[in-house]
Design a protein around this ligand. Structure first.
Ligand code: ADP
Length: 513
């Protein structure tokens, strides 16, 4: 008996050792069934577990032919939750039916339900092919092995749940549109996700283990940057969240404005284990903010100037104590009219720009003769451009095109007015075009200031103005070229500029035929 108990202890020990060493369920169940069969001096055995659909499936067996799992079905139904409620005659009736159909000499059987938290999860059987019956001790031993099997199942399923959970978390972090970084307590990078790799230009594998201030080097930082100041992290209190804003500049010069929120993660003992940083790209938001404030300052300036002039001239004319000669009256009224026109144009442009940004610009298409339209527009400008020589340059057979005439006139007006404005010393301004295979290409060229190459990419953005002393003195809000681009693109064409500082500029645009 003593030797029996010793052997039982050895088997149980080796099972629990195996349980801590490996977590894959099949090999553990196999170890348990083999040990149980040997311990009970049986010849065969099986462990079946209940699947989600409630059916029992054999998950490990020993000494049984592998080809016939379904033959054991009688032993895999109606299993009682409690072993005490399992009448022996019933068990033997089932055994006989299995033995007969499987053609194996199974004479003796002992079985135990496997339970976890009072729930049935499976069953374990040991069989003998000889006639000696299982003893009370055998039954007792089987109980301890059944308990081990139940714990193994629980551990393995917890492990599997954890592994699935981790996979899910990893996928969420990796695919998050926001940048995510996980730091250890010494502010070294454990993980950065794809979005942050893109923002910082660091490959995740190379970032791992780096001090986070190398990877998240913020320029113009505002707020508490954990990466710079936070480590060692006594400064965190348990429900702290720290926020910092600034720019991340990649090695290739690409700049992203970000807002980072750091949150600490503590273990049960209150020791800091990780710091999670969530990195939000606020570039668009920042640009929109800048544009809004520029918009407000530009617009208020541009609106104020004509209103002040109109008011000034009107109140001067109204003075009861003064008598104005007709020439002065006419001149003043002309200025009032001009300034009102300017206000009108500005308001129109603003409305148009907001329509374009809202995507509701509609074109009224009709046959348009571009040379005629250009000539008409040039005529209007001749009066004010006394220093400039305005020339037209179209071939006689220029084809008519389908376009919105009023809007195209706006494009010519804006380009010609710019050509005049930005060539203060006069010079030739040419307006012309030629027809190509399936589109026409038009141009407006001047011999004025020109535009430095590095400023050209921004020219067509709303409210963009090249900063120059002349630019500051000339009227404009930086909407003209934005509107031109929207109108040309609305027609399916393209617009671009060829220019260099001091060399004059040529604006080209195409319209499909
Ligand atoms: P605005 O003329 O109202 O400032 P635009 O959108 O028409 O706005 O033009 C944007 C900027 O592009 C101008 O401020 C000017 O600096 C530059 N620009 C436009 N046309 C010319 C040109 N023909 N020559 C030189 N600079 C130009």
């Amino acid at each position: 008996m003593e030797e029996y108990l010793l052997r039982q202890r050895d088997y149980l020990l080796s099972i629990s050792r195996a349980m801590t060493a490996r977590l894959d369920l099949p090999s553990l169940l196999q170890l348990i069934i083999e040990s149980t069969v040997e311990m009970l001096r049986g010849e065969a055995g099986l462990i079946a577990l209940q699947a989600r659909d409630g059916e029992f499936h054999i998950r490990a067996s020993y000494g049984l032919p592998a080809r016939t799992p379904q033959l054991f079905a009688p032993l895999l139904t109606n299993i009682p939750l409690q072993h005490a409620r399992w009448p022996v005659p019933d068990l033997y009736r089932r055994l006989r039916s299995v033995a007969a159909s499987a053609g194996i000499h199974l004479r003796q059987v002992v079985g135990r339900p496997l339970t976890l938290d009072d729930k049935l999860i499976g069953v374990i059987y040991v069989f003998r092919t000889r006639d000696s019956a299982f003893s009370a001790d055998d039954r007792l031993v089987l109980s301890s092995f059944a308990d081990q099997a139940a714990i193994a199942v629980r551990n393995a399923s917890l492990y599997q749940q954890l592994a699935e959970e981790k996979l899910r978390m990893d996928a969420i972090i990796e695919n998050s549109a926001d940048g995510v970084l996980i730091l250890d307590a010494r502010c070294r990078i454990q993980t950065i996700n794809r979005a942050l790799a893109e923002i910082t230009g660091w490959v995740p594998e190379q970032a791992r283990g780096q001090p986070c201030r190398r990877v998240i080097a913020l320029q113009n930082a505002q707020g508490m940057n954990v990466c710079e100041t936070g480590c060692p992290l006594q400064t965190f209190s348990s429900d702290d969240k720290l926020q910092v804003e600034g720019d991340i500049v990649r090695r290739d010069g690409h700049r992203t404005s970000v807002s980072i929120t750091y949150s600490p993660l503590y273990d049960d003992q209150g020791t800091l284990v990780n710091i999670i940083g969530s990195v939000h790209d606020v570039t668009r938001y920042r640009e929109a903010e800048e544009m809004k404030s520029m918009f407000i300052s530009v617009i208020s300036h541009e609106l104020k100037t004509p209103v002040a002039l109109i008011k000034g001239y009107a109140s001067t004319l109204r003075r009861e104590d003064a008598h104005w000669d007709p020439a002065t009256v006419l001149e003043s009224l002309a200025i009032i009219e001009e300034e009102s026109d300017r206000l009108h144009r500005l308001i129109d442009n603003l409305l148009e720009a907001s329509r374009i940004q809202a995507g509701t610009l509609k074109l009224k298409l009709d046959d348009v003769s571009i040379p005629k339209l250009a000539a008409k527009t040039v005529e209007r400008f001749r009066v004010q451009a006394t220093q400039h020589d305005l020339q037209l340059d179209f071939p006689p057979d220029f084809p008519p095109i389908l376009a919105d005439e009023e809007r195209l006139q706006e494009v010519f007006s804006n380009l010609i007015s710019n050509a005049i404005k930005y060539s203060p010393d006069g010079g030739t301004i040419r307006v012309g075009g030629r027809a190509l295979h399936d589109y026409v290409e038009l141009f407006v060229s001047d011999k004025g200031l020109g535009i430095p190459l590095d400023k050209q990419p921004s020219l067509f953005e709303p409210f963009y103005r090249v900063d120059s002393s002349l630019g500051r003195r000339t009227q404009g809000v930086g909407l003209g070229l934005f509107l031109c681009k929207a109108i040309v693109e609305g027609h399916g064409g393209q617009i671009w500029v060829e220019s260099a500082s001091g060399q004059g500029s040529t604006f080209h645009f195409t319209l499909p035929l």
